[in-house]
Design a protein around this ligand. Structure first.
Ligand SMILES: Cc1ncc(COP(=O)(O)O)c(C=O)c1O
Length: 396
């Protein structure tokens, strides 16, 4: 059988890779299989590497601006992939999404105001709120019949307190992998408009949907919410270039945009990465097929895990995500306390997954596994996991 390029393992050790080289520092175990932080073990698309090589030969990496060609590439991508027509002047550049979330909290809320997040969710959502002395209000996701959904009734009760000035939405959702439906987004948007709550929609995983066209950018839901939202997008997860620090924050409302831009300048974050701009433009223009192939490969990995787990470890629960390469695995049936689960996975199985509780208390009994890696890594992880789980079952 012909090997897929995604099958090729690439040695990332001693490259300064956080995922591989920080294991000892973060997990205390240097040789575990790293399947945690959301970065892929795949090389960036060939069009990106070529464009970077050409730029390298030029040899000057001075202060950089976004060109018309960059805007055209971004516009084209949003229209083709998400049926979303954006204006060039809506786009504000930041080095990352987390800085954008932090700036939004700083500019549009005051200490003591409440910010709602829907938990379990990406850990920095907690940090950007609590770290700036805002009140963190949680609207936990519902989990019924094996499916997560938004709890709009509870959300309304949060908004009725009158203290909420902002909601940070994760769309698609990390770690549970939901792609929010139009109905859910409409419900959320209507409430936020009714209570005048600004929505910062983190759409970093939008391109990683497994059914093309299913992600709906929040501002596409209604004109009213387009006027009351900040949409955070980036090529970083999509094309595995997060180290190139490049994000596109899309803000249709002019006065929000002006204030956000001022926040970016105040924080001294207005300079953009030369290589990031080159890579993003090349990716948006020339990596569409690469992304489709990559997503198909990732789905193959996820299906492999699902089948393997069903056959060898039926007590471990997995529902395939609608987006992302992150599997949210339910170990509750094993009946092991979280600390022990984390210890066993790391020290007995040699697997570095993300502890579910870093996403919130709702993550107790869960672990997040990153399958954006060669199939051989996933196979090895499953082998190690089944030895650990079966050993545990024998003891119980
Ligand atoms: C939902 C979400 N937002 C933001 C980020 C990181 O954004 P950045 O590296 O651009 O700050 C991640 C990375 O995993 C993420 O999952």
């Amino acid at each position: 059988m012909k090997k897929n390029t995604f099958d090729e393992p690439i040695n990332r050790l001693s490259t300064g890779s956080e995922k591989w080289d920080a294991l000892e520092e973060i997990f205390g175990v240097a040789d575990a299989l790293p399947m945690w932080v959301a970065d892929m073990d795949f090389a960036a698309p060939p069009s990106v590497i070529e464009a970077l090589q050409t730029r390298m030969e030029h040899g000057i990496f001075g202060y950089t601006m976004r060109t018309d060609a960059y805007h055209e590439a971004l516009r084209g991508w949003m229209e083709r992939r998400h049926n979303w027509k954006i204006n060039d002047d809506w786009v504000v550049f930041t080095p990352g999404i987390v800085p954008a979330l932090s700036i939004a909290v700083q500019r549009f809320t005051a200490p003591g105001d409440a910010v709602v997040i829907q938990t379990p969710v990406y850990a920095p959502f907690y940090e950007v709120v609590r770290g700036q002395d805002r009140e963190l209000m949680t609207n936990p996701l519902r989990f019924e019949d094996g499916r997560y959904s938004m709890d709009l009734e509870h959300l309304e009760s949060c908004l009725q307190t009158g203290r909420v000035k902002m909601l940070i939405l994760c769309s698609p959702h990390n770690p549970v992998g939901r792609v929010w439906s139009r109905e859910e987004l409409e419900g959320l948007a209507a409430l936020c408009v009714q209570y005048n709550v600004l929505v910062v929609s983190d759409e970093i995983h939008a391109d990683l949907v497994h059914e093309r066209g299913t992600h709906i950018p929040l501002s596409q839901v209604s004109e009213a919410i387009a006027d009351l939202s900040i949409i955070c997008t980036a090529p970083s997860k999509t094309f595995n270039i997060p180290g190139l620090c490049t994000s596109n924050i899309i803000i249709p409302n002019a006065s929000l945009r002006e204030s956000f831009t001022q926040g970016v300048k105040t924080m001294g974050l207005a300079s953009i990465s030369t290589l990031g701009a080159i890579a993003a433009e090349a990716a948006y223009n020339g990596a569409e097929q690469w992304l489709d192939d990559c997503l198909a490969y990732i789905r193959g990995n996820m299906e492999y895990v699902q089948e393997y787990v069903a056959k060898h470890m039926p007590d471990v629960g997995i529902d395939l995500p609608e987006a992302t390469y992150l599997l949210w695995m339910d170990f509750n049936k094993l009946g092991v306390p979280q600390e022990e689960l984390v210890r066993l996975l790391l020290n007995e199985a040699g697997l570095a997954f993300n502890d579910g509780t870093v996403f919130g208390s709702e993550g107790t009994g869960y672990m997040r596994m990153n399958v954006a890696c060669p199939r051989s890594t996933v196979e090895e992880a499953m082998r190690r996991l089944s030895v650990m789980v079966n050993q545990l079952n024998k003891q119980n």
